[in-house]
Design a protein around this ligand. Structure first.
Ligand SMILES: *Cc1c(COP(=O)(O)O)cnc(C)c1O
Length: 388
């Protein structure tokens, strides 16, 4: 991080998230290069729902995808381009609303499809234009972490080939226009190619009948070193071979490395080592640090003992395990200093909470000219408003 950005971030009231407009645009430009191949790219709002940036993202991507009614409404209201939804199940009232706003609705089971296909037919007869898809489960794991593996044994996510075959015997009903698979998490193009190889084998007859194939998210396309050329060649080949439109719906890749969480050092205690008490919390403001788990990058922070001054970074909550990790620094940290966590745009704001009565961090934009702008501040009412 350059000095000017660091100063700008350190001057903000803490805790706060700061989203980089420039980095979002850079990521979107890379994703847009896939659109030029004829592929459509959607923002998976589950990872990043900072809608102040939807107009910018919408300049480059085809639209949004949602995990249910609320995200679908947000995408429709704030980006207004293609609106897709997939959920393991839909409530009846939600389906009626979704049929009015979505372009694609993807079902997770044959029971859900049968339940709602008449609702969609009715909406379409009344002037709607919803395209129906089914989520399939290729039963092909390419990752180790079971919590993020939709192909793990007994997964509820997607229809396995056997179930599809015994229902349809190789012929899809005419109102099913697409298939959807989502099996990756922070993965590179070879995993997608291998997964599609399995899809081609297990779901062969259906691939010839669909208008679109959605390859889900988990593609770490904007990560340095991602095999973008392989992805491009693969997509071009698949679209050429089958003639359907390919959709990708990355979440992480849109906002990868595009934000920070700035925190203030409130106290330093010593118990076998020096421990910083920050006004940001892993549990409340970066839950993936504990859930995934992972070690977030810290500006100017290194592995323990690499630099002369090592600290445990923890928080103001009373949860003993609310610890971000141990980091070393060049110079001693003092009360009042700022600690800046990196890669905090994704799976942070969408997951945060007010456990312990912790305030929600404000959200700032780092604009391309280097200045910062407050997008949203939260207060006591946001805490009290979700309780009763
Ligand atoms: C989580 C999810 C995504 C986005 O995944 P990323 O890892 O953030 O790219 C896309 N589609 C579906 C169905 C998902 O569950």
């Amino acid at each position: 991080m350059d000095e000017k950005t660091k100063e700008a971030l350190e001057s903000l009231p803490t805790p706060c998230y700061v989203v980089s407009e420039g980095k979002i645009e850079e990521n979107c430009r890379i994703l847009h290069s896939l659109e030029k191949l004829g592929c459509r790219v959607l923002l998976a709002q589950k990872a990043f729902s900072c809608f102040a940036l939807y107009p910018l993202i919408g300049k480059y991507l085809s639209g949004t995808t949602a995990s249910g009614l609320y995200e679908a409404r947000l995408g429709k209201e704030e980006m207004g381009k293609e609106c897709h939804v997939y959920a393991p199940a839909y409530k009846e009232g939600d389906m009626r609303r979704l049929a009015g706003i979505c372009d694609h609705i993807v079902f997770n089971s044959l029971l859900q499809y049968r339940k709602y296909s008449p609702v969609i037919a009715e909406a379409n007869a009344a002037g709607g234009n919803v395209s129906i898809g089914l989520r399939i489960n290729p039963e092909f794991s390419t990752q180790k972490s079971a919590i993020y593996d939709p192909c793990a044994p007994a997964s509820r996510l997607g229809i396995i080939a056997n179930a599809l075959d015994s229902e349809f015997h190789g012929v899809l009903p005419s109102d099913i226009e697409g298939l959807h698979f989502h099996t990756l998490c922070e993965q590179d193009a070879p995993d997608l190619v291998a997964t599609f190889g399995r899809v081609e084998k297990a779901f062969a007859p259906y691939l010839k009948q669909i208008k679109w194939l959605n390859m889900g998210g988990g593609h770490h396309i904007t990560r340095r070193g991602y095999k973008l050329d392989l992805l491009r060649a693969f997509l071009a080949e698949v679209m050429d071979k089958y003639g359907f439109t390919v959709y990708l719906e990355p979440g992480e890749a849109v906002a990868l490395d595009a934000g920070w969480l700035v925190s203030g050092v409130e106290d330093i205690v010593t118990n076998g080592m020096d421990i910083l008490i920050l006004d940001a919390s892993a549990e409340c403001h970066m839950p993936d640090v504990l859930e995934m788990p992972y070690r977030p990058p810290v500006v100017g922070g290194y592995e323990p003992s690499v630099k002369p001054h090592t600290y445990r970074l923890s928080s103001m909550t009373c949860l003993a395990g609310d610890v971000i990790g141990d980091y070393s620094f060049d110079s001693p940290v003092k009360v009042g200093d700022k600690i800046i966590f990196g890669d905090m745009a994704i799976y942070s704001m969408v997951k945060n909470n007010t456990f312990n009565g912790m305030p929600l961090p404000a959200i700032y934009l780092l604009k391309k000219d280097g200045t910062t702008e407050l997008i949203r501040r939260f207060g006591y009412d946001d805490f009290k408003g979700r309780l009763s």
